[in-house]
Design a protein around this ligand. Structure first.
Ligand code: AHR
Length: 321
């Protein structure tokens, strides 16, 4: 166990080829060992993502060393360094923020351990520092949120006051969901983002920030939350302020986890843009390929949809997360 973060999984030998033609000094027992540095457990989405990765590793016969960075970049860097020291075959991680990864990624490259970015991107200019990036198009998710809003207020001329709950500051989904949404709504000056603040992707922070938004702004028409959890926290604040979520304040969120979908089906959220956490099976396939030295696509995109309340009602009985 590393101090400051949770590290789960056996600390045993690992094997298999790493980069084409070299095995990085690992004992070759034929089993792939993956070191996975997770962001944390900040949301329902993250819990489902962790489950998907752990189950897929077990199904693929991959020995998984798993760490939870508790939303701190320094913990993720420590975990990655520990995986390098343990000479794992492949490292995968979901970077808590976009910047500041070049040094540790270079250390992995020098140790000939391939890296797979999962869910979130890094802003490194040197794309040879990782083999591939699997995850959603967060800009597109923000655009879908904006497009729903434009349609919802089509033909209306009054100002639409929007408050925005951003994800973790500096994270790819927060940056991109903000940018995509902003790009779409800027075409019509009636849309005004009157407040925008981070809620760190958590329910508790979403509630706290929404309480402050409600105190400072007498007229809020729309809440755009970068994930379901912050939206659900905000709903508590809106109800406590005597307003009806989904009616007095229209709500758009991203993720489509079960709790979010339940609130959507109940009319407390108006629209959800899906972001799939079920990345495990594809991640394990990619890991097997990069360990063998096979070439993989530099970008593997996740397929996603959107949900209205009616669609949520229909989808809920089979929703896995
Ligand atoms: O990176 C994906 C985002 O991280 C999800 O939308 C959010 O719920 C999570 O915390």
């Amino acid at each position: 166990m590393l101090s400051g973060l949770l590290v789960l999984g056996a600390m045993g030998a690992c094997g298999g080829e790493n980069e084409a033609g070299s095995n990085g000094g690992n004992a070759d027992d034929g089993k792939i060992t993956m070191g996975f540095a997770q962001v944390g457990a900040e949301s329902g989405w993250r819990t489902a993502n962790t489950k998907s990765i752990q189950e897929a590793a077990a199904a693929a016969g991959i020995d998984l060393k798993f760490s939870d960075a508790q939303q701190k970049q320094e913990n993720q860097i420590k975990a990655i360094r520990s995986y390098i020291a343990q000479k794992v075959d492949v490292i995968a991680f979901s970077p808590v923020v976009e910047s500041g990864w070049d040094t540790v990624l270079k250390e992995a490259k020098d140790a000939k351990i391939p890296v797979i970015l999962t869910d979130r991107a890094v802003d490194s200019k040197d794309t040879s520092l990782y083999k591939t990036f699997i995850g959603s198009d967060f800009v597109l998710e923000g655009k879908k949120a904006g497009e729903w809003l434009v349609k919802e207020y089509q033909g209306k001329t009054d100002t639409v006051n929007i408050v925005e709950l951003q994800g973790t500051t500096g994270s790819a989904p927060a940056n991109d969901r903000k940018a995509g949404f902003g790009d779409v709504i800027k075409a019509d000056p009636k849309f005004k983002v009157i407040a925008s603040q981070t809620g760190d992707f958590t329910r508790a922070k979403g509630k706290e920030v929404m309480e402050a938004f409600l105190k400072a702004n007498p007229k809020i028409d729309v809440l755009y939350a970068h994930n379901d959890d912050m939206g659900l926290g905000a709903i508590e604040a809106i109800e406590a302020a005597g307003k009806k979520p989904g009616v007095d304040i229209k709500i758009i969120t991203v993720d489509a986890v079960k709790d979010g979908m339940t609130a959507l089906a109940a009319g407390k959220i108006n629209f959800i843009v899906e972001c799939s956490p079920l990345l495990g099976p594809q991640l394990m396939d990619l890991a097997k390929k990069v360990v063998k030295g096979e070439t993989v696509e530099q970008r593997v995109l996740t397929e996603e949809t959107t949900f209205t309340p009616e669609q949520a009602k229909a989808a809920l009985p089979d929703r896995k997360y």
